[in-house]
Design a protein around this ligand. Sequence first.
Ligand code: SF4
Ligand code: FES
Length: 391
Amino acid sequence: MNDMTVPSPDQATRVPPPAPLGMLAELTHRCPLSCPYCSNPVELDKRSGELDTETWKRVFSEAASMGVLHLHLSGGEPTARKDIVELTAHAVKVGLYTNLITSGIGVQREKLEELADAGLDHVQLSIQDALPDNADKIAGLKGAHEKKRVFAGWVLELGLPLTINAVIHRGNIENIEALVSMALEFGARRVEIAHSQYYGWALENREMLMPTREQVMRAAATVDRLREELEGKLVIDAVVPDYYARRPKPCVGGWGKQSLNVTPQGKVLPCHAAETIEHLQFDYVTEKSLSEIWTNGSAFEAYRGTSWMKEPCTSCPRKEIDFGGCRCQALAITGDPRNADPACSLSPFHAKITSLAMKAAAKDGTDYIYRRFGAKPGQARVEITRNNAPV
Ligand code: SF4
Ligand code: FES
């Protein structure tokens, strides 16, 4: 062993973290849609910087070797990659459970058949609303809704399990029952009714997306009723809106605990919004192994566990349950990622998040700032006929 490989006393005694359960592979940020709540960063990765096929395959092999079980093939629109079938086949070969997270737009039936033949395990299809015109407005693309209906039919015909994902906000919150009916009609086994989380593009659009507290309460009652009525037919998962919560969610299951994201350029993130935390330094799969990054990467170490916490989290009995909530939301609202997530009623900033929610909900516009390449905050308004084309 030479000097370079002698571990520091800290490293020698530190127990390595357990392997992540899931990996989100953002294969590309290219997407035919421009949803205003997109979880991609406001600065999107360009096509020219995307990882090549062989590098993604190596990353999938490394993920499987380190114990990752679920691979979420995401984007942008993952099928915009010409090598999507080859990548999926490789992921299946190395033993990963593959979930394609897609808009269903721009995918031909032949491509879906090839993906099914390659062993794809599951399809997760986003829908924007049950009302076609409004769905197209939210997606930023005319005709998108009808294409999704056709795509869902192919998924069913090919025997692939289908989950419908609907992001909920002021523009569709009154249509939850119709959205769930659509999921049933599409033949889905599961539907996710996920209130918008306010990071990235959704934070830019907070005033256009935020529902009122009353709408959120009614929506929760509708979901409870539908769950009872549809038990055994359809599983309904619900993600509650942080801004009206009393306790935060354990964001990403705890920082550096259960999952990791790899961006189109190969940057490895603990969560999709981690790049908003400016002091963090991220590693690339082109420079280090995935396992090394997960185990020792400084961005993962920064908020792993509980030792970084401040009060009220430090002495809170829930600190091992929710891990202080979301670091990115703590930063966005309080200015310090080490603070308790202000969604927590014990946070001294809780009144601020409530007031932000009420102020945003009091606006009534839906003049969305659409997600697109090259947009700067506040400059991204586009017509809905515009295709969010790759650059
Ligand atoms: Fe979670 Fe911190 Fe609130 Fe306790 S004080 S519930 S650990 S966010
Ligand atoms: Fe980053 Fe919640 S989105 S920790």
